[in-house]
Design a protein around this ligand. Structure first.
Ligand code: MN
Ligand code: MN
Length: 292
């Protein structure tokens, strides 16, 4: 526990105004900008993702400012928390994410988007121009429509592929899809790697072959096995481990240009899922910062 922050944490537990631990920089001076997207409008099983940005921020106070593995103290890194966007409806959420990510990129900062559900990724990615999108997810999310909604979280990879080109998308950790999605993925040439294959080959070896220079990383927390991350909207057994995500972040750090973490559902959590999500944000900041 970070003692300096402990008191603030207790006070701010009561409010939604809590900011991510150590995000002490102003927007202007920050190299990284955190954006909360408290949205759950298209969730298909468990609700609760709208509570995740605040929950993840609260858990962020558990960790030391010094990241021992990286030799980096986050107190030395300029990062800013923009708070949550207003997002009562799907269109408002998509517009807000697009506007804010656009502003972050215009100011040459690194966007870190904390969801919310996976439907935030297409409007975020749409602002990057030419970019490779690596998605870590148990699900293919490649439906054309779900419950009559083409921007559902179950369609996020499909919409991302339309923005950046299907050849610029790779999904790792997949272990669930419907038959139609599988056919569409095959017909359109979507690349994905089964969770079992990721485990067999090792994520580092897979990422070594990735040729993209600019990478947006989208982490759906259900990529992880529910034993590690129980608090997600659609838990799926036989998943990967937190160290796979840590390796992924470390290996790609020099090429990353944007990051989101989504699908945490605090009402179904032991606390571990929000805590891991907070830690991944901290790992990412330290890893990327160390490559600069
Ligand atoms: Mn997803
Ligand atoms: Mn998923």
């Amino acid at each position: 526990m970070n003692p300096k922050k402990c008191e603030e944490y207790v006070v701010e537990m009561e409010s939604d105004k809590i900011l991510f631990a150590d995000a002490e920089s102003s927007f202007d001076y920050a190299e990284f900008a955190i954006l909360g997207v408290p949205f759950e409008g298209t969730t298909s099983f468990r609700k609760g993702t709208r509570l995740a940005p605040t929950s993840i921020r609260k858990e962020s106070y558990n960790f030391e400012t010094y990241l021992f593995d990286h030799g980096t103290d986050l107190e030395d890194v300029a990062f800013h928390d923009m708070g949550n966007i207003k997002c009562e409806g799907l269109e408002e959420m998509m517009g807000g994410v697009g506007d804010e990510v656009g502003r972050i990129l215009q100011e040459k900062k690194f966007p870190i988007i904390v969801g919310g559900e996976h439907s935030l990724t297409p409007p975020a990615v749409s602002k990057f121009g030419k970019v490779g999108v690596l998605i870590l997810d148990a699900h293919l999310d490649f439906r054309n429509k779900y419950l009559n909604e083409s921007n559902s979280h179950a369609c996020s990879a499909r919409r991302v592929a339309e923005h950046v080109g299907v050849g610029n998308v790779l999904i790792l950790g997949v272990r669930s899809m419907e038959k139609q999605e599988r056919e569409d993925a095959h017909d359109l040439g979507l690349r994905y790697i089964h969770a079992n294959r990721v485990r067999e080959l090792g994520i580092k070896r897979i990422l070594k072959d990735l040729l993209w220079n600019r990478i947006y990383l989208s982490l759906d927390m259900d990529f992880l096995d529910p034993a590690y991350a129980p608090g997600v909207g659609n838990p799926e057994p036989f998943g990967l481990s937190p160290l796979d995500v840590k390796d992924c972040i470390n290996v790609l750090a020099g090429k990353l240009v944007g990051f989101d973490v989504c699908e945490v559902s605090p009402p179904f959590d032991s606390g571990n899922t929000s805590s891991l999500a907070a830690r991944f944000v901290r790992e990412l900041i330290a890893s990327v910062w160390n490559t600069r």
